[in-house]
Design a protein around this ligand. Sequence first.
Ligand SMILES: Cc1cc2nc3c(=O)[nH]c(=O)nc-3n(C[C@H](O)[C@H](O)[C@H](O)COP(=O)(O)OP(=O)(O)OC[C@H]3O[C@@H](n4cnc5c(N)ncnc54)[C@H](O)[C@@H]3O)c2cc1C
Length: 374
Amino acid sequence: MFDAIVIGLGGMGSAAAFHLSRRGKKVLGVERFSSGHELGSSHGRSRIIRQAYFEGEEYVPLLMRSYELWDELARESGENLMETTGALMLGSPNSDIVSGSRRSAERHGLPHEMLDAAEIRSRCPALEPRPDTVGLFEERAGFLRPEATIEAHLDLAAKHGADLRFEEPVRSWSASENSVAVETAFGVYEAEKLVVAAGAWSSDMLADMGLPLRVERRVMHWFEPKRIASPVPRPPVFLWAPEGGDVFYAIPDSPNAMKAAFHYVGDECEPDALDREVGEDEVSKIRDYLERYAPSLAGRHVESAACMYTNTPDSHFVVSPHPAHPNVSVAAGFSGHGYKFCSVVGEILADLATDGGTRHPIGIFDPARFEGAS
Ligand SMILES: Cc1cc2nc3c(=O)[nH]c(=O)nc-3n(C[C@H](O)[C@H](O)[C@H](O)COP(=O)(O)OP(=O)(O)OC[C@H]3O[C@@H](n4cnc5c(N)ncnc54)[C@H](O)[C@@H]3O)c2cc1C
């Protein structure tokens, strides 16, 4: 009998397994694919991390804790998990991205600078903003290395005694008042508590909750800079809401290439039938954006990869006890902006499994908000 079983050892589940085992709990982690696989939502070399949060100022206290825990993980693992490049949120002053980031920064006293188009050009000569574009620059922002952070969480969980099993799909689980049972392809395991962190497969693993989740295909691309006579320095991470265009971002995550992708454009998909082939039209569309807004970055296309967002209708996460089973905790619907929170979500899931509650503000993640929604 285990103290806790964690279903799914991706971004959130690996963090939960780490926090639970560090507290001395006897943990079983079960993952359907290999360790560090590329079939879910946590691959692709980089994930943006920032604190001036346009998605909601309620997230800022969680981000503060998240940063502390990422630093702690880097120290304990001895690995380089995060690059602090700074980040620019770009758009018109009234765009959600700029105005929301500014609101969060001002409300929480976060260090930031507001730049006009001329300042953006002189600080980041690679960027070509329109005269009415402004930018919020946050120095502490940057990107996490998702594969390395998952590996660090899993290695340390194993050092703390967690039993981690890969290539072992969970078929079903059940809960009674005092225990849970998890049936996998290879056996049935029992524990006092269960954590479900199944990413894009959450609707299968949490069918009884009827969560309104929509899984979408997203594509990431890497481009070398153009070979030009006077190369310009690489910009920091940026997220851009161009007037009348699609929101896109870029991350300097590779020595000779930058990653670029759209943030809100994706087709619904079945996670087991995700189309991993990336079409020429998809590469051309993002290249056109780079040509227009950051032309020196639109050099040779190096590679592309498909991934999945699991969206909720309001883009806020689901992190809570299961409504029918207090001994089961769920983490789902991270809606394309969850990675930076893995460290703190792991702590929250460990709190819920060990204490039945958490000091962290998770009210906005309560699935009860969807009740009655069609
Ligand atoms: C292209 C892209 C860019 C993104 N950019 C950012 C960003 O810049 N910043 C940011 O903060 N966030 C970003 N995100 C979002 C972030 O990456 C996700 O929110 C996060 O990775 C979700 O983690 P997860 O643990 O829910 O899912 P995963 O990491 O996919 O983990 C779920 C795990 O559950 C396992 N599983 C499922 N079913 C079973 C089963 N039956 N049995 C056993 N195991 C099972 C899966 O195999 C998987 O390993 C991005 C996402 C994508 C796709």
